[in-house]
Design a protein around this ligand. Structure first.
Ligand code: SF4
Ligand code: SF4
Length: 128
């Protein structure tokens, strides 16, 4: 599961994530992070046999967790493979294939919508 974690200023110095990894059978990847002493956000991917328990632990610790439920899909009829969207994706979910077509990987997508603004043919649609 992918989710945004929102840290309040008082949570920034807490060892919640370290304790999570130590105490639960979870794999934890940080995909993006923007945190300073005033708080911030972190985009994570969490999996493993105790992922659900780990999520409960994070929430009980006082970190606001919002699952990523939104992704984008490319309409192949509209896409002209111009590549304008590729470099904008913060998690590298868009790639140019060997045959020069552009692929959007919805497993990697975190639904930020940045790519949708660049598309000249409106080929990228948000799927909730
Ligand atoms: S919505 Fe964001 S994360 Fe998803 S493919 Fe577009 S730029 Fe990448
Ligand atoms: S910007 Fe639009 S048309 Fe260009 S490659 Fe991306 S999805 Fe296709």
């Amino acid at each position: 599961m992918k989710a945004w974690l929102k840290f309040s200023p008082k949570m920034v110095n807490q060892a919640v994530i370290t304790d999570l990894i130590k105490n639960y059978d979870v794999s934890f990847n940080i995909l993006r992070a923007d945190i300073n002493p005033k708080g911030g956000k972190m985009l994570i991917e969490i999996s493993g046999s105790e992922a659900e328990k780990g999520i409960e632990y994070i929430e009980k610790a006082g970190i606001d967790l919002s699952p990523v439920n939104r992704v984008v899909k490319k309409d192949t009829d509209l896409c002209i493979d111009c590549g304008a969207c590729v470099s904008l994706c913060p998690v590298k979910a868009i790639s140019v294939e060997k045959d020069w077509t552009v692929d959007v990987n919805d497993k990697e997508c975190v639904g930020c919508k940045l790519c949708t603004y660049s598309c000249p043919t409106k080929a990228i649609k948000v799927v909730e």
